[in-house]
Design a binder for this molecule. Structure first.
Ligand code: DGL
Length: 262
């Protein structure tokens, strides 16, 4: 495998660009390609077999494009499909899961909130981690119903979405959480709104930086880091290039966005 091959990243849609940002920041010399499967978003309400099927489809496309490693920048796809992917393809996979551990260890009220999709919260992988920490902590799980749909429409700052969040967070605030774990890669884009709703002492935790660090460690271990990359980051979507372009957290002109059927 050549070091100069790209890092492949996929998500059910535009949300995984929040993870891409951390990877690009930590590894600016790496060529990154990103697949947004927006035509099939949201994954969160789909049955596990369907999430596996879509994850396989995205993986195949990234391998066809020459990816040397695949980052599953989607909690729902990771918790439902990464075991299958790892046993089916001979390429390293990095996944993302809700960061329960740091939240549980740092919590003083011993009460933490997890906002994630139905697919993530009902997965066996999530249940295993959650069980580990639920003895010493009250864990309040809430399905972020409807949130991904709004973000996919490019409506991450709307008053409608703020109202949805107020309702979703209400039981967590009443229970006295001091940490909120964002268990979906779309949700970091809601942080400005979340900060308006949550009491000031509630810390918001997401896993983006941890995923970027793990990607670096794995590439380093396999001697696959490149120091010589000339390509602009490339983003492909089977949905709206305009919506994707508007959400990518990087200056216009520093990346390319294309429509692609996959
Ligand atoms: N970004 C995906 C995740 O992290 C969103 C899930 C969805 O498409 O419902 O879970």
């Amino acid at each position: 495998m050549s070091k100069d091959k790209p890092i492949g990243i996929f998500d059910s849609g535009v949300g995984g660009t929040s993870i891409w940002k951390e990877i690009h920041h930590l590894l600016p010399l790496e060529h990154t390609i990103y697949l947004a499967d927006s035509a099939n978003a949201p994954y969160g309400e789909k049955p596990p077999e369907e999430i596996v099927r879509l994850s396989v489809k995205n993986t195949r496309k990234l391998l066809e494009m020459g990816a040397k490693i695949i980052v599953v920048a989607c909690n729902t796809a990771t918790t439902n499909a990464i075991t299958h992917l790892r046993s089916s393809y001979n390429v390293p996979f990095i996944g993302i899961e809700p960061a329960i551990k740091p939240a549980a260890l740092q919590s003083e009220t011993k009460c933490i909130g997890i906002l994630a999709t139905k697919g993530t919260l009902s997965s066996a992988l999530f249940a295993r981690t959650s069980d580990l920490y639920s003895k010493d902590n009250k864990i309040i799980e809430v399905v972020g119903k409807g949130l991904v749909e709004e973000i996919e429409k490019g409506q991450k700052d709307s008053s409608f979405l703020k109202k949805m969040l107020e309702e979703l967070l209400d039981p967590m605030i009443k229970a006295g959480i001091d940490h909120l774990v964002l268990g979906c890669s779309h949700y970091p884009y809601l942080i400005p709104t979340l900060e308006k709703i949550l009491p000031a002492h509630v810390k918001i935790i997401d896993s983006g930086m941890a995923v970027a660090k793990q990607t670096k460690v794995v590439l380093q271990g396999l001697d696959l880091l490149t120091g010589n990359q000339q390509h602009l980051p490339e983003f492909f979507t089977n949905g709206s290039p305009e919506i994707l372009k508007n959400i990518i957290p990087a200056p216009a002109g520093s990346f390319k966005v294309n429509h692609l059927d996959f």
